[in-house]
Design a protein around this ligand. Structure first.
Ligand SMILES: C[S@@+](CC[C@H](N)C(=O)[O-])C[C@H]1O[C@@H](n2cnc3c(N)ncnc32)[C@H](O)[C@@H]1O
Length: 369
C-alpha cells in the first residue's frame, strides 16, 4: 500500500493566498494543515494537471516545485502517485518467504494439460438450451476463455428460467454448470465471471463463487471492480437511520472474478494481440468505471452487461481467433463483442427468444463488415 507523504512549507503567505490555495490543494487530493509558521501537506496521489494550471498562487507554485523533487510514477487514472522510496518497507528474504507460502500453488489442482479441438458444429454458434446438458457434449480442454454473468437469483423475469430459488439450490445448480466450465476450459484458459452479490439478502455471492473456484483448484488471477456509479437501492434505504444498530451499506459496483486453469500465463501468437499500450495501461488498473447497459429495453432483457465491459475483458484476456464461450449468454453481448473483435464465439442460453436476439445482433455486425 502507498503510504502518505508529508511535506512542510514555511508559512510566509497572506491570508488571501492561503484561503485560495487550500481549496485548490484539497481538490487536487492534498490534505492541508496550517499554523502560523508552517503549511503541512499530506498526500499520496495528486492531480498534478490541476495544480500546474493554478500556479499563479505562490503556494501552489511552491507546492508543484516541491512535489517534482519527489520520485514519482504516474498511475493509470491520470493522477500522479507519489511514493516515498526512502520509507518503503523492505521485506527481506522475499524468495524464501514465497517458497514457504507456496503462493498460488497452495490451492492448485493439476488438471489435464493436453488441449483438444472442439467440433466445428459448436463454433460460431448461438445455442438454445440448458448449459448443464449442452456443455457435457464438449470435450475436455477445448475453450480458451469463458466470459459470463450468471443469473443472480434476484427474481429477474427471464423468459425461460426461474430466478428465485433457495440460495443453496441456486449455488448447487450453478456449480454443476461451473464444474463443466472448468472441465472444458483449456489448460492456460480463463474463466471470467461477473457477479452482483445480493446485498439485501446479505449473501456475498462473489465470495461464495470465488471460494468455489479456488477450492476446485483454479488459480485466482484477480478481481475487477466494475464501478457503475448507480446505487442498487433507493436513496432512502438506510437500514437503521442515524444508529449503529444496523446501518445498510450501499454499493454502486459489481465484481468481475478471473480464474485460470493450471497456469496464469496464456500462450498465444503475438500477431493475434490487439490491445494497445494505452488500453493496457488503463485497464490493468482494476477499477473500471462503465455505465450500465442502456439498451436493455431495446433487447428486452433486464440483466445485460455493457458492451464496453466485455470489450475490455476480451482484449485484455484473449488473443484473436481464441474461442470465447458464454454459457449464460442472454441476448448475446459476449458473443457480439467476441465476433466483432475477431474471436470465435459460442453462446448458450436457456431462452430461445434471447438466442434469436443474440443471433440478430451478430447478423447486424455482419452486415456492417
Ligand atoms: C444475467 S443474464 C446474462 C445476460 C447477458 N450477459 C447479456 O448481456 O445479455 C443470465 C442469463 O442466464 C440464462 N440462464 C439461466 N439458466 C440457464 C441455464 N441453465 N442454461 C443456460 N442459460 C441459462 C437466462 O436466460 C439469462 O439470460
Amino acid at each position: 500500500m502507498n503510504e502518505y507523504i508529508t511535506l512542510k512549507l514555511t508559512n510566509t503567505y497572506t491570508n488571501d493566498e492561503l484561503y485560495s490555495a487550500i481549496n485548490i490543494l484539497e481538490s487536487s487530493g492534498i490534505e492541508v494543515n496550517i499554523d502560523t509558521s508552517a503549511i503541512e501537506l499530506n498526500f499520496d496521489s495528486v492531480n498534478m494537471k490541476m495544480l500546474e494550471k493554478k500556479q499563479t498562487n505562490p503556494i501552489i507554485e511552491k507546492t508543484v516545485q516541491e512535489l517534482y523533487k519527489i520520485k514519482t510514477f504516474v498511475s493509470a487514472n491520470g493522477r500522479v502517485v507519489f511514493k516515498n522510496y526512502n520509507k518503503d518497507v523492505k521485506v527481506k528474504n522475499k524468495k524464501e518467504n514465497n517458497k514457504k507460502r507456496l503462493g498460488f500453488e497452495s490451492f492448485k489442482k493439476d488438471y489435464p494439460t493436453i488441449n483438444n479441438i472442439l467440433n466445428e458444429e459448436y463454433v460460431n454458434k448461438i445455442i438454445s438450451g440448458d448449459s448443464l446438458e449442452l456443455l457435457k457434449k464438449f470435450p475436455d480442454n477445448c475453450i480458451d476463455v469463458i466470459i459470463t454473468s450468471p443469473p443472480y437469483n434476484f427474481g429477474i423475469d427471464y423468459h425461460n428460467s426461474i430466478d428465485t430459488s433457495l440460495w443453496t439450490s441456486y449455488f448447487d445448480k450453478l456449480f454443476l454448470i461451473f464444474n463443466e466450465c472448468i472441465r472444458i476450459i483449456k489448460s492456460g484458459g480463463r474463466i471470467i465471471v461477473n457477479i452482483q452479490p445480493m446485498f439485501s439478502d446479505y449473501i456475498p455471492s462473489h465470495h461464495i463463487i470465488s471460494n468455489y473456484f479456488i477450492q476446485s483448484g483454479m488459480l485466482w488471477k484477480g478481481e475487477i471492480i466494475w464501478e457503475k456509479n448507480n446505487y442498487n437501492c433507493k436513496y432512502c434505504t438506510w437500514g437503521s437511520w442515524k444508529s449503529p444498530s444496523s446501518p445498510y451499506l450501499k454499493y454502486s459496483w459489481e465484481f468481475i472474478e478471473v480464474f485460470c486453469k493450471n497456469i496464469l500465463k496464456k500462450e498465444g501468437n503475438k500477431a493475434n494481440i490487439d490491445i494497445d499500450g494505452e488500453e493496457f495501461k488503463k485497464w490493468v488498473y482494476a477499477k473500471w468505471a462503465i455505465a450500465p447497459e442502456r439498451k436493455m429495453k431495446k433487447y428486452n432483457h433486464d440483466a445485460m452487461f455493457p458492451e464496453e465491459l466485455v470489450r475490455r475483458l476480451v482484449k485484455l484476456f484473449s488473443y484473436k481467433n481464441d474461442i470465447i464461450l458464454d454459457p449464460f449468454n442472454g441476448v448475446g453481448t459476449t458473443t457480439k463483442i467476441a465476433y466483432e473483435l475477431g474471436r470465435k464465439y459460442i453462446g448458450i442460453d436457456i431462452s430461445d427468444e434471447y438466442c434469436k436476439t443474440a443471433i440478430r445482433r451478430i447478423e447486424e455486425i455482419g452486415n456492417q463488415l
